[in-house]
Design a protein around this ligand. Structure first.
Ligand SMILES: [Zn+2]
Length: 109
């Protein structure tokens, strides 16, 4: 079960971009990392070649899951993700406010 999904709001908890917030653009579950636009940029110097412009390219590198925290859409706090089983489906819950992160099953109770 993956803790993060595309479109999640996250906060960087470690590294040079610590404290910054962003939205998950892509998740790489197999390597436990995710891509956030504009965060964890590294600059790559590329030599000019025929057909390719040289210069400095800014490439965002995926961040490890361990370096980011999910911002709960319900309580707006940085939280760890928990899971619970609902209707035979595992859903993500906020460890702080205990509410469902993905909005399923929140309406009636
Ligand atoms: Zn919450």
């Amino acid at each position: 079960m993956v803790k993060f999904k595309t479109g999640d709001k996250i906060k960087i908890l470690a590294g040079k971009d610590k404290g910054r917030e962003g939205e998950v653009e892509k998740v790489f579950p197999k390597v436990f990392s995710l891509l956030v636009p504009g965060v964890n940029i590294y600059k790559k110097h590329v030599k000019g070649m025929p057909g390719k412009k040289g210069g400095i390219y800014e490439i965002p590198r995926p961040l490890s899951f361990s370096k980011v925290g999910l911002i709960c859409p319900k309580c707006k706090k940085v939280t760890r993700v928990g899971f619970k089983l609902m209707d035979l489906e595992k859903i993500r819950v906020c460890r702080k406010c205990k509410r469902e992160i993905d909005g399923k099953g929140t309406s009636k109770k």
